[in-house]
Design a protein around this ligand. Structure first.
Ligand code: ZN
Length: 369
């Protein structure tokens, strides 16, 4: 075994199996790139221009492409992305979970066009959208993001680099040991695996930072790539750093994690707001009925994807209110939410990151303890 190898095959396999242990929750079945409702949409092409298994790239409009990840086949990209190509310039979306993920999308971009890519935009700071950003820096592509992304990445992921893994995870280990019910133990163990995976990714990665910070108070930002107007907008909800890219003429929106399609929303972020997010989804629902959404995770969808997610938020809120009225303390309520049959096939990245986080936020927004 070569001792200078970045990590051994055994290490890779153990990472992969730990990843699959917690992503197994996210639905065992690989999903299609397009939701059934938009599979026949004349704007979309079923044939990928690039397909690596863990992600594929398809045309979804004139000069518009979506990169759709399938985590049942690997964790190189993890999130969705895409790119927009005009006559004069191209804009890539997302840094993905690793530089190899960003490189995969760049290869697809070069297959699609000769137009130079002048920028790459992160929809927000989370690891699965940002850990591959150094690829862009190395290739002379400017990195655009919400102005607070550098600070948030530093606080959350740089803070993990070079520190002792066991010490870092000790707090969460205690939660697993202290769990009072089987469900709570299972949830805490899943969260521990997720935190461990994020820790490992942050430590493996040379983190890249945006050199084009966008001040949210100055958005929306219209951009001209030389073919169709696009607009970068900020909406509250998922992370406090959320940007979307919209192509109004073609009724296409790249929403980042403000939309999870066929998955529970990740609500762990300290700046996640349930009321803000639900208002944002109300705005998305008010857009044209033929709008195509490229979500942060899950297949490309139409308005039915927004409706599904709003239904998930409604159910989380209904159950939180019921438990609150019944006097269930938040520490128990986070584990007592019941996934209804209609959402049983929806992915859950990790219970505490998604459902537990949502219930705690909802309690907080009700002024409850
Ligand atoms: Zn996110």
């Amino acid at each position: 075994m070569n001792s200078v190898a970045p990590f051994s095959r055994r290490q890779f396999l153990s990472d992969a199996s730990r990843f699959s242990a917690f992503y197994a929750l996210a639905g065992a079945l690989p999903f299609p790139a397009f939701a059934a409702s938009v599979a026949d949409d004349p704007r979309v092409s079923q044939t990928p221009i690039a397909d690596a298994g863990y992600a594929s790239v398809r045309k979804i409009g004139g000069g518009l492409y979506a990169t759709i990840s399938d985590t049942s086949k690997g964790f190189t990209t993890i999130c969705n992305g895409g790119f927009l190509v005009g006559k004069d310039a191209g804009l890539l979306l997302e840094g993905f979970g690793s530089p190899a993920g960003a490189a995969f999308q760049m290869d697809a971009y070069r297959k699609a066009t000769q137009t130079p890519a002048t920028g790459a935009l992160l929809t927000h700071y989370h690891f699965d959208h940002s850990m591959g950003s150094a690829f862009y820096g190395a290739n002379g592509i400017s990195l655009w993001a919400h102005a607070t992304v550098t600070k948030r990445i530093t606080e959350n992921y740089v803070a993990m680099q070079g520190v002792d893994r066991a010490a870092f995870l000790a707090g969460q280990e205690k939660h697993v040991q202290a769990a009072k019910t089987d469900a709570a133990r299972q949830h805490a163990a899943g969260d521990l695996a997720a935190i461990g995976n994020v820790f490992d990714m942050a430590n493996k990665t040379v983190i890249g930072f945006p050199n084009r910070p966008l001040d949210a108070s100055k958005l929306p930002l219209p951009l001209d790539l030389g073919q169709f107007p696009i607009v970068v907008e900020h909406y509250p909800g998922h992370s406090g750093t959320d940007l979307i890219v919209r192509v109004p003429e073609q009724k296409v929106a790249y929403t980042g994690d403000l939309v999870f399609n066929r998955a529970y929303p990740a609500c762990f972020d300290e700046q996640c707001t349930m009321s803000g997010w639900r208002n944002t989804l109300k705005t998305f629902a008010s857009w044209d009925k033929d709008t195509l959404f490229v979500p942060g995770h899950g297949p490309v969808c139409g308005q039915e994807g927004i409706q599904n997610l709003r239904n998930v938020f409604d159910d989380l809120a209904e159950q939180a209110e019921k438990m609150h009225k019944a006097g269930v303390p938040v520490s128990d309520a986070v584990d007592q939410y019941v996934v209804p049959d209609k959402f049983k096939t929806f992915g859950v990245f990790a219970w505490g990151f998604c459902i537990g986080g949502a219930i705690a936020k909802l309690y907080g927004e009700m002024g409850a303890k």
